[in-house]
Write a protein that binds this ligand. Sequence first.
Ligand code: HEC
Ligand code: HEC
Length: 316
Amino acid sequence: MRVAWLATVTLAVVAFAGSFWTVVAQGTRTGGDGVYTAAQAARGKATFDMQCRACHGATLGGGLGPPLSGAAFLSVWDRSSVGDLVDKIQHTMPQNNPGLLSREQATDIVAHVLNVNGFRAGAAELKADDSVKQIALAAPGAATTPPALPAAGARTLANARPEANLAQLMRGILFPSSNVIFNVQNTDPGEQKVGWQPGTTDFSWVNWGAGIYPGWELVDYAAMAIIESAPLLVMPGRRCENGRPVPVDRADWIDFTNQMAEAGRVAYKASQSRNRDAVIEATSVIADACLNCHDRYRDKPGGTDADPSNKVARGF
Ligand code: HEC
Ligand code: HEC
């Protein structure tokens, strides 16, 4: 599901000189409108100093955690809404004790973050409701839509040699990662499940270490693994299981790969909201993304029991 707020967004962030930023209306609101108040930012700062400063620094410059100010921060968040940032903070921070903050507290902290980043304060508070999903958190001049695909011919990666064949890559990264996300359909990642631990007898290659990271984090990492594996799928020189080259320079191959990465982003966002239903919804986006490419490039008609997808015929 494409993120709906992009289409309905009414506010955009525009730069004035240097580091001075402000949230400006496109349509109903006028330039210079602040979306939070100074008093709200002060409340947010008080909570930040207690719960966040140890890892993100007094001036939000970063420490154990990443910076929450400046270009390094805004370039990560400039395609998100203010509401996404409230979600991230409320549901996943403080990293060592998530779930501590009320929606109001997380919203106040975002006011503080906006303030430190030079966004102008205004007369009305940032509300602790869904209206914040309509406010873009964009860097000056940044597009609110993802960048266009590179032109054909520019679609290459230079300096690493592929070692795995495509099927190994699929089985090693995409298969387990997708399964972690699909398993959210049957199992609540918020439930504490203890996997195999040293000293117990029920060893399983797959479950080994399963108790080390909590369930929701495993879902985060699986979504990230899907996103990050996209460049590997278009790496020149990789071969399929059958020895034929992966068609990395075909436009539709790259489009399918981008679609898969986008599905991973949908899953990551859902997982970061710590909302099981949202992740369950994202599983169908992932399934479709895998299926679309498999229909075209993997599963050939005329399979046999021994070779059901007819990989012998895979020549693209
Ligand atoms: C124990 C250390 C720790 C504490 C305390 C902590 N964080 Fe974090 N924070 C991290 C780490 C590590 C990351 C990077 C991993 C991630 O994005 O989840 C992070 C990421 C973030 C991000 C995303 C930054 C980005 O570049 O995407 C935000 C926003 C954030 N924290 C806000 C907060 C707020 C607000 C608090 C207090 C309520 C807080 N954090 C408390 C460690 C911490
Ligand atoms: C851009 C195209 C593309 C995308 C996207 C893609 N696959 Fe594949 N997949 C293939 C091709 C082609 C093969 C056959 C590989 C070979 O022949 O070496 C394959 C093979 C596989 C296999 C091995 C099947 C077997 O024979 O054992 C698995 C598992 C797999 N994919 C899982 C996934 C999952 C899960 C996703 C989505 C997260 C995905 N793939 C996304 C093209 C794709």
